[in-house]
Design a protein around this ligand. Structure first.
Ligand SMILES: Cc1cc2nc3c(=O)[nH]c(=O)nc-3n(C[C@H](O)[C@H](O)[C@H](O)COP(=O)(O)OP(=O)(O)OC[C@H]3O[C@@H](n4cnc5c(N)ncnc54)[C@H](O)[C@@H]3O)c2cc1C
Length: 392
């Protein structure tokens, strides 16, 4: 880009706001306008469970989370950071190997990470069933933050660096501009820009169509419940995740403490081929009664000692998932001026810091730093097209 280029970001969730903050840090904040259809944090970013942590073994996955944690620690009070430790358990030898690789990857990174055998796991969570488990990974730097507060932290820093944020301004159409490449038609007037960032979360597919830059995002509805143990626990419950293979199993039980007696629970799964994409403007916000039952069963199976736990409905929200479960971040080779910052899926609170930095550096520097393979996340990568079309 040139110093005079105007940048429009569409979407005021963690992805768009982090991109705005990082563009500000790179010195071009005054050239940036962010358009948000409703208000900042109106989408998935205020519906997350907020888990953040380091239970990942891929080098870039870990690097992105470490860089985010460093920021979250700097703004700990602003974003409500609470480290509770993280425990991820697996039930077979193949996934145990992944945990071993993760422990090796953490060495020298300032993380206290250990592989725990089943009998050691019961010392961490005495109420847990372990006879069906192969191992667990414990790491100290895991906990949670508040997604809406994180949006606010990004927003304040972006605005301080000169970024203009326009709320209640849905982008309704995109045409060619007269002075600049794009003309964005919004509910609050028209705006010309040289670069447009698609940070529209679950709405990215629709925005991609307006931009002529496909964003094959599937909006997958996820449900969360509140669990209560009236007497509290005699030990600190960590952030818990069942099975490294949760992505495949579709029953990745998770549980994390909210207060002494309250926990947040759900079942995580990533992209399921052929699963329908929800309408982000019309999905059901109420938790399905049968989901509460299935979740209660899963909790009782894993934590038979917590038989006094009561479950109540929490909330629902959308994971903006890409078909290969990786971020869509960076420019399109075939559509000059369009940059993606989307596909943050079920881990966008954690990855938004790095995703925004990558998007901003692609725009300003032409290439991002800090990751081994940032091209892996480009929005028109061949691997993505292959998954989307079902080719092997
Ligand atoms: C139940 C649940 C639990 C989760 N738990 C976790 C967790 O524990 N840890 C974690 O890291 N992540 C978690 N996530 C995932 C995380 O919340 C998302 O990955 C992240 O919020 C996505 O952010 P985003 O900015 O891409 O999308 P959004 O936050 O949805 O932002 C997109 C914004 O774009 C705006 N927009 C759309 N179209 C237009 C348009 N045409 N013009 C202007 N504005 C537009 C929308 O109004 C919206 O505000 C969870 C998600 C859910 C639903």
């Amino acid at each position: 880009m040139t110093g005079a280029d105007r940048i429009a970001i569409v979407g005021g969730g963690v992805a768009g706001l982090s991109t705005a903050m990082h563009l500000g840090r790179l010195g071009v904040g005054a050239n940036v306008t962010l358009f948000e259809a409703r208000h900042p944090a109106a989408g998935s970013s205020s519906r997350s469970v907020g888990d953040v942590g380091v239970l990942y073994e891929g080098a870039d996955e870990l690097a992105m989370r470490l860089e985010a944690l460093a920021f979250f620690e700097q703004v700990a009070e602003e974003v409500g950071l609470r480290f509770v430790g993280g425990l991820r358990v697996v039930d077979d030898a193949r996934h145990r190997e992944r945990l071993e690789r993760a422990v090796a990857a953490y060495s020298g990174q300032g993380i206290d990470a250990r592989l725990l055998e089943p009998d050691e796991l019961t010392r961490v969570v005495p109420d847990m069933r372990v006879d069906d488990l192969a191992a667990g990974l414990w790491a100290d730097r895991a906990g949670h933050i508040d997604g809406a507060l994180l949006c606010n932290a990004y927003l304040e820093r972006a605005q301080a660096a000169g970024v203009t944020v326009v709320a209640r301004a849905p982008v309704l159409d995109v045409t060619s501009g007269q002075r600049r490449r794009f003309r964005l038609v919004t509910a609050r007037g028209e705006h010309e820009a040289d670069v447009v960032v698609n940070a529209a979360g679950g709405w990215s597919r629709a925005l991609g169509e307006l931009l002529g830059a496909p964003a094959p995002i599937v909006s997958q509805r996820h449900q969360v419940c509140l669990a209560r143990v009236p007497q509290g626990l005699a030990y600190p419950m960590p952030q818990f995740q069942d099975s490294f293979g949760y992505v495949d199993s579709g029953r990745g039980l998770y549980l994390r403490p909210e207060s002494e007696t309250t926990f947040i629970a759900g079942m995580h799964h990533n992209y399921v081929p052929g699963s329908p994409s929800e309408d982000p403007d019309a999905f059901s916000g109420a938790v399905d009664p049968d989901y509460v039952e299935v979740l209660a069963e899963a909790l009782m199976e894993r934590f038979p000692g917590l038989d006094e736990m009561g479950l109540s409905e929490g909330w629902t929200g959308l994971y903006p998932l890409s078909p290969d479960d990786h971020l869509l971040v960076g420019p399109y080779a075939g559509v000059p001026g369009v940059v993606a910052a989307t596909g943050l899926g079920g881990a966008g609170i954690q990855t938004s810091y790095a995703a925004g930095r990558l998007a901003a550096e692609w725009i300003v520097r032409g290439e991002p730093s800090g990751l081994r393979d940032p091209a892996r996340y480009l929005p028109d990568r061949p691997a993505l097209a292959a998954v989307a079309t079902g080719a092997s």
